[in-house]
Design a protein around this ligand. Structure first.
Ligand SMILES: NC(=O)c1ccc[n+]([C@@H]2O[C@H](COP(=O)([O-])OP(=O)(O)OC[C@H]3O[C@@H](n4cnc5c(N)ncnc54)[C@H](OP(=O)(O)O)[C@@H]3O)[C@@H](O)[C@H]2O)c1
Length: 211
């Protein structure tokens, strides 16, 4: 369904009566969320659409799990490893829209906001990767399993979910051993990238200690 269509969302929830909704729908960066002129669609889907889903879940008594991003942080914290209670500092329309979506999602009783980041299961999509940029991204299939565990738990509020903090190069080489190193200095001017948006997953590990 189109999450910006309240009637469609109500109808689907009414037909399926799910115990949990995992809300992943968004206009994302790789699909132009930050492009000039894209704010209308980015905000419509990521903010208004999330409000639609949150209200429908609240009315149906359905638990809402909202997939958010490490990019709610600007990546300037020395050493990274952002905690759930660190103050967000979004850079750009995509990150801002996801943060706004978080606050709407949290209006739904028993909601869980999961901040994470992930990559394809196989193959790094570029020939090079940064040695001086850090992440706690992990493979999408691993994140998916953890997400379902969190969704079917009684955790509420905000949860950081991901793998160990590592450089993009270290991550990339687990997927494609021949990836070459690059440095942020060589990135195109005018396109600032967050340096370290790795997430502290202590809350996750405290609950699911085997993961
Ligand atoms: N990739 C990451 O590392 C990462 C990190 C943190 C959080 N996230 C979050 O994870 C979720 C999935 O992202 P992704 O990277 O996997 O991107 P994606 O493949 O583009 O997934 C987004 C999905 O949202 C759907 N969508 C867009 N507008 C919609 C609407 N109005 N109604 C219903 N569905 C709509 C898209 O459907 P169509 O294909 O039909 O357009 C697409 O399937 C997003 O919420 C994103 O913010 C991703």
């Amino acid at each position: 369904m189109d999450v910006t269509d309240p009637g469609a969302v109500e109808r689907v929830l009414g037909e399926l009566f799910p115990a949990v909704v995992i809300h992943c729908a968004a206009v994302v960066r790789s699909r132009g969320a930050n492009d000039p002129g894209a704010w209308a669609i980015t905000s419509r889907v990521n903010v208004f659409g999330t409000g639609v889903v949150a209200r429908a879940c609240a009315r149906a008594g359905t638990r809402l799990v909202y997939v958010s991003t490490d990019f709610v942080f600007d990546g300037s914290k020395p050493g990274g490893l952002y905690r759930e209670d660190d103050l967000p500092s979004p850079i750009g329309p995509y990150a801002l829209s996801k943060l706004a979506g978080e606050s709407l999602a949290l209006e739904c009783p028993r909601a869980l906001v999961v901040r994470t980041s992930f990559c394809a299961d196989e193959g790094w999509p570029y020939p090079r990767a940064y040695v001086d940029r850090f992440t706690s991204k992990e493979r999408a299939s691993v994140v998916a399993v953890k997400l379902v565990r969190a969704a079917t738990s009684d955790l509420v509020g905000t949860l950081h979910l991901g793998g160990p903090r590592r450089s993009y190069l270290d991550l990339a080489r687990t997927l494609s051993p021949d990836v070459e190193p690059a440095t942020l200095e060589s990135s195109p001017p005018g396109h600032p990238v967050p340096i370290d948006t790795s997430l502290d997953t202590t809350r996750w590990r405290g609950r699911f200690f085997d993961s």
